[in-house]
Write a protein that binds this ligand. Structure first.
Ligand code: HEM
Length: 384
């Protein structure tokens, strides 16, 4: 079940009508948090780099806020056929800007961020070479459907408050639908509160090994200049259904072997503290790897293939007992970082036996867009 179509249009209309009032209320109660929503400067250092270096601002919802908000609604849309595609992107960019302007107060009060990505068909308008501008190849254990695979426009709304996230997604969805975008799929997700890595549905701390420092994020996640894509990044989103009961039926020791880290505190099985890196060469006295050969954290580790690191910023989702798992979201500079990692997992990873992908897409995430620098201008040839 997806979130789409769950609300009656009557309910939707009344909720949308209530939005400005709620936004004002929320703003009074909590004050502005300072989390930037799109459009506008996405990161502190985009202003620091400032006008002198002409580095475009980055979108929020990628590495900021540092601690991801508690709720997400991620929606993927299709846009009209090729002939009408470029004007549709330009128009969608304009109406998104308007709608985001209306949502700005709400954004500040409820830590709302909106992150927009453009799919391979849109990237192709610029010819080849757009980062993330290719469809993902086929991987193992996928349940593909036309509706949930690929897509032209990704809108990720994150926020502290589930209702505010739903309302913002509804408003943005109606806005882009009026320009011919059709919603293909959407998925709500949540994460437990807490600082740093939080437990996923399997009970393991998740998000431990991620680029974190400014220089790591600049090197692994953000595209830099000179060039039209500076300030952008590449997003991969996959809804991964997990056989949670099947996983939890394994003994606690086996569960830890499947992940490669301890369930209690996330510490690597090779020793060290909870935030420690895996020692992939560490062996027991009997010569066995302490982090087993098919443990997920070992197989996903980039050392083996030098595929680069990704920023994983996924959410748990639960549509019911038979459809729950991870709404996987990763940001990286190159699509290859994801594809090389997923291939390694396909070749052998004890966790993947419990996992099936039911929705998937890759998107180029442009720099923050503004009236002066419209959405996808670098792809459509209207350079600002
Ligand atoms: C439902 C599926 C998945 C679950 C439940 C899951 C869970 C985890 C957990 C618990 C960890 C160890 C803690 C941490 O470092 O965050 C981890 C590590 C990691 N996962 Fe996943 N993961 C899933 C799928 C994926 C996929 C599809 C990819 C990428 C293709 C991926 C990439 C990584 C990476 C890069 C690491 C860090 C490895 C290292 O230590 O260098 N994961 N994951």
């Amino acid at each position: 079940m997806t979130t789409q179509g769950d609300n009656s249009s009557m309910l939707r209309r009344s909720l949308l009508g209530a939005l400005p009032a709620m936004a004002a209320l929320a703003a009074c109660r909590s004050g502005a948090s300072g989390t930037a929503a799109v459009p506008g400067p996405g990161t502190a250092d985009s202003t620091a780099q400032g006008a002198s270096r002409q580095v475009p601002a980055r979108q929020a919802g990628v590495d900021l806020p540092v601690q991801p908000q508690g709720h997400v609604l991620l929606s993927v849309y299709g846009l009209p056929a090729r002939a009408g595609l470029a004007p549709a992107v330009a128009r969608v960019g304009e109406v998104l800007l308007e709608a985001l302007g209306v949502l700005r107060k709400e954004a500040e009060a409820a830590d709302l961020t909106v992150t927009v990505g453009l799919g391979p068909r849109v990237a192709a308008l610029a010819g080849r070479g757009v980062p993330g501008g290719l469809e993902l190849p086929a991987f193992a254990r996928e349940e593909r459907s036309d509706r949930t695979w690929g897509g032209d426009l990704m809108v990720q709304v994150c926020g502290r408050d589930a209702a505010a996230v739903v309302l913002a997604d509804e408003r943005l969805g109606e806005t882009v639908a009026a320009e011919g975008a059709s919603r293909r799929w959407s998925q709500a997700g949540f994460r437990l509160p807490g600082n740093g890595p939080v437990r996923n549905l399997l009970g393991f701390p998740d998000g431990i090994e991620n680029p974190r420092t400014r220089s790591e994020l600049d090197r692994e996640v953000w595209l830099d200049g000179p060039g039209p894509f500076a300030g952008g990044t590449v997003a991969v989103v996959r809804r991964l259904r997990v056989d949670v009961p099947g996983f939890l039926a394994q003994s606690p020791v086996r569960q830890e072997e499947v992940i490669g880290r301890r369930k209690g505190d996330g510490a690597p099985l090779s020793g060290g503290g909870p935030s420690g890196r895996l020692d992939l060469s560490a062996k027991s006295a009997r010569g066995r790897y302490l982090v087993p050969a098919m443990a997920h954290a070992r197989r996903a580790n980039p050392n083996a293939t030098g595929s680069g690191r990704m920023l994983r910023r996924g959410y748990d989702y639960r549509n019911g007992p038979d459809d729950q798992g991870l709404l996987f979201v990763s940001f990286q500079r190159r699509l290859r970082t994801f594809t090389a990692t997923q291939r390694r997992l396909d070749e052998g990873d004890d966790l993947m036996r419990f996992v099936t992908a039911t929705a998937s897409g890759a998107f180029y995430v442009p720099p923050a867009f503004t009236p002066e620098r419209p959405l996808g201008a670098e792809l459509l040839g209207e350079r600002s």
